[in-house]
Design a binder for this molecule. Structure first.
Ligand SMILES: [Zn+2]
Length: 87
């Protein structure tokens, strides 16, 4: 198993972003998918769910099938809006 503590960084490691298909079909020109996304992500009794707040629909629900997985949570002191912390 990968060493989560060693791999965790302040940078995104997302290889394949997940977006709401409805949001992507209504995305204004000049707005990136990340800027347009309006998603909640959180743990559920089954696993991890991605929920579109704009359309009030499930985007993905990952079922852990009863398994527990290690989670590395990094809390950075970032101002609201996700801007980079000062150097
Ligand atoms: Zn949506």
């Amino acid at each position: 198993m990968a060493d989560l503590k060693r791999e965790a960084t302040a940078a995104s490691q997302i290889i394949t972003p997940i977006h709401c298909p409805s949001c992507m079909s209504t995305r204004p020109a000049g707005v990136t998918a990340t800027q347009w996304a309006l998603l909640d992500v959180g743990f559920t009794e089954r696993g991890l769910q991605i929920w579109c707040r704009r359309h009030d629909v499930n985007v993905a629900h990952v079922d852990f099938e009863g398994h527990r997985h290690p989670v590395e949570r990094v809390h950075l002191d970032r101002p609201r809006g996700g801007a980079e912390p000062p150097a």
